[in-house]
Ligand binder design. Structure first.
Ligand SMILES: NC(=O)c1ccc[n+]([C@@H]2O[C@H](COP(=O)([O-])OP(=O)(O)OC[C@H]3O[C@@H](n4cnc5c(N)ncnc54)[C@H](O)[C@@H]3O)[C@@H](O)[C@H]2O)c1
Ligand SMILES: O=c1ccn([C@@H]2O[C@H](COP(=O)(O)OP(=O)(O)O[C@H]3O[C@H](CO)[C@@H](O)[C@H](O)[C@H]3O)[C@@H](O)[C@H]2O)c(=O)[nH]1
Length: 623
């Protein structure tokens, strides 16, 4: 079937693919909502609100970070009738959201942002013998700005997406959440939000924070009415778009009063534009706040469990990957989050477990607190065990030696470096005073890595010996050892057959778009963005390279300044589809060419044939 369209575009934007992948779960399990828990103290709950939802024309996301930006983009993308303002105090971040180079690297996000932020051209798609489909133009409805107070004032719903890091001072230092940023954002919302606005906690918070928000609002605006909802975010970085596009569930916690329930219904209406109703769960606020913390704690617990087992495997000569396979095949256990490695990193797991444990301890539930702290203890043990393995293999001293670090992001497919395992391991190795620690990550900017390293509290002399590189080749050059710390596909050996960037995939043979060419629905009056995605998949399914904009809808993008650091990084860094050439690495490294594989990225026995000595996690000795 031949297809063509009336407008042309050659803009470069990551392709968006929506088929089921490792990141997302198919909609396979029926779910039910439980509007109030047995412990709910509110008495006036009505199961269904007879007046329905309040109309939503304008929403505001406060905080354009890893959660606020992508979530707002998805809400705007699927609700073209709603104006979505995303505000942040950082002018630099807002400028990046309005540029070609978004501050957050997520597959598929540039395309979604571009469509919602810039609007689209009208397009006519020629489906050959089937006829033509008209896609009308789309007006922009996603606005990134620093107009914080004005945008809050216009909103029917305000989403709080600010950071809630671990508190580093005073009572609860190193354990509880620092809510000062959230408190300050809430004060601003209290002053400027319109009476009747719905305030949504999206940030991850200790239980009871909805009550704190309510108190702040009542203090600043006595007499005004605001409903507070908790709507935790479950996206994982690196697959944020897929997670947001096909969430396992949307959880909405509300007070169980009629107006609380109505507010929950209103928020449900926003998600219902693309999420099946059966996936939207409404619970009470306490349950919702606690579910978020426990979800992260349980995911992290699985990783610590398999990591603890990996130490046993090394001693016994078992292979932890074989264990993961055997364990994960039990449908009660499942395959995911059983990947042993050098430990979990990131801005969420550790922070949220500390938070959960602190809460338990402050309720005098010490055994509960200790139980969850054990997950963090194993994580630290795993990291330190790896570091010690490196030093031991290099005869107990790193002096005069160069160590190469491949991977600095806390996980693959993201540029987020917060609380990355690499940060901790580099600090540990730096204490051994090696001649150089050379760092490379294919998804992070040099400046971003350097900034994170500067926060590590190392001495000047240690900092001088850490070099951040733009390419793997200079990173491994003359190194005695390479440590693989992030699960980037580019590091695999044998190299992954799939490219790094996900291409538009052939559409599955669904009932709607099947071999029978049953595509009548394309010709209906109003196509949703989900419909347009399917149309795009349909017209590209026979093409090898469909390009970024097969329906030719994109508006032109603003040009980058001449000295654009992101454009430069693209030129000098790893090219799309490029992988580490391990045979060349062997020629560049110093004997005995150690590879410490913290993420099971290389086949040890095959790499040893190239002249390396390899140590993995959870495997009996291979050399
Ligand atoms: N990162 C994730 O994958 C993830 C996933 C689920 C939940 N969460 C939770 O979501 C929350 C946000 O996390 P994040 O990773 O997006 O943080 P982030 O640091 O990336 O983003 C927070 C943003 O809020 C902005 N901000 C702070 N105060 C503000 C104010 N008064 N007005 C406007 N903007 C303000 C900051 O400048 C920053 O850009 C945290 O509670 C986190 O635990 C994060
Ligand atoms: O089997 C595994 C899975 C993950 N990891 C590591 O665990 C960390 C976290 O990974 P992941 O959970 O995929 O990413 P996050 O973005 O931290 O997402 C977690 O934290 C978010 C913030 O709260 C939640 O929204 C998500 O549901 C939750 O998965 C990373 O260092 C991974 O390398 C492993 O070591 N082994």
């Amino acid at each position: 079937m031949s297809t063509s369209s009336t407008t042309a575009s050659n803009q470069s934007t990551d392709s968006l693919t929506l088929s089921v992948s490792a990141c997302q779960s198919p909609y396979d399990t029926p779910l039910t909502s439980h509007p109030h828990s047995p412990k709910s103290t509110t008495k006036d709950y009505f199961p269904a609100d007879p007046t329905g939802q309040t109309p939503v024309n304008n929403v505001c996301f406060v905080g354009a970070g890893f959660v606020g930006g992508p979530t707002a983009a998805l809400v705007a993308y699927h609700n073209p009738q709603i104006i979505v303002n995303v505000v942040d105090l950082s002018e630099e971040k807002v400028a990046a959201w309005n540029s070609r180079h978004l501050p957050i690297h997520e597959n598929g996000l540039p395309k979604i942002v571009r469509i919602a932020r810039d609007g689209t051209n009208p397009s006519i798609i020629d489906l050959a013998a089937l006829g033509t489909v008209s896609i009308p133009k789309r007006a922009p409805n996603l606005i990134f700005s620093t107009r914080v107070t004005e945008s809050i004032a216009e909103a029917d719903i305000v989403f709080i997406c600010v950071n809630t890091p671990t508190k580093l001072y005073g009572v609860g230092a190193g354990a509880t959440a620092d809510l000062s940023i959230l408190e300050s954002a809430t004060s601003m919302i209290a002053k400027y939000a319109k009476d009747g606005a719905i305030i949504v906690e999206k940030s991850t918070v200790p239980c009871g924070t909805a009550n704190m928000i309510r108190d702040i609002l009542e203090f600043h605006r006595p007499g005004a009415h605001f409903e507070i909802l908790n709507n935790p975010e479950f996206l994982a970085e690196g697959c944020a778009v897929e997670n947001l596009m096909h969430p396992d569930r949307i959880l909405i916690g509300s007070s169980t009063t009629p107006s609380g329930t109505k507010a929950a219904e209103t928020l449900k209406g926003v998600y219902a534009a693309w999420v099946p109703a059966s996936r939207i769960l409404t619970v009470n606020t306490w349950s919702s706040e606690l579910t978020k913390l426990v979800a992260n704690a349980m995911l992290a617990q699985r990783i610590s469990s398999i990591n603890a087992v990996s130490a046993l495997c090394e001693e016994l000569g078992a292979d932890v990957e074989e264990l993961s396979l055997g364990l994960g095949s039990d449908s009660r256990l499942g395959r995911r989050f059983l990947h042993a490695g050098v430990g979990f990193g990131g801005s969420c797991f550790e922070k949220d477990i500390l938070n959960l444990s602190y809460m338990a301890r402050s309720l005098h539930l010490d055994e509960v607190a200790d139980y969850w702290m054990g997950v963090l203890d194993i994580n630290k043990y795993q990291r330190q065990r790896f570091g010690r393995k490196v030093v031991r293999a290099l005869n107990g001293s790193l002096r005069g030696k160069k160590i190469a670090i491949l991977g600095f992001a806390f996980k693959e497919n993201t540029n987020d470096t917060r609380n990355s395992v690499a940060v901790h391991l580099i600090a540990e190795l730096a204490a051994e005073m090696p001649a150089e620690i050379s760092v490379f990550d294919p998804g992070c900017s040099v400046a971003g890595i350097e900034e994170e390293i500067r926060k590590m509290g190392l001495s000047d002399i240690q900092l001088q010996r850490i070099k951040v590189r733009e390419h793997w080749r200079e990173t491994v050059d003359k190194a005695s050892a390479v440590c693989i710390l992030t699960q980037w596909n580019q590091f695999r050996y044998p190299s992954a057959t799939a490219g790094v960037k996900t291409k538009a995939k052939a559409v599955p043979q669904t009932q709607r778009v099947g071999a029978s060419d049953n595509v009548g629905w394309f010709f209906k009056n109003k196509l949703s963005e989900m419909d347009i995605i399917e149309l795009e998949e349909f017209v590209t399914r026979d093409r090898n390279d469909a390009g970024e904009d097969p329906l030719n809808r994109f508006m032109p993008e603003s040009e980058c300044p001449l000295e654009c650091a992101d454009c430069r990084a693209k030129q000098v860094g790893m090219k799309e589809g490029e992988t580490v050439d391990w045979a060349e690495v062997a020629t560049l490294m110093r004997e005995p060419r150690w590879v410490f594989d913290g993420r099971s990225m290389v086949d040890g026995s095959q790499l040893e044939k190239l002249g390396f000595r390899v140590r993995g996690v959870g495997k009996g000795l291979t050399s």
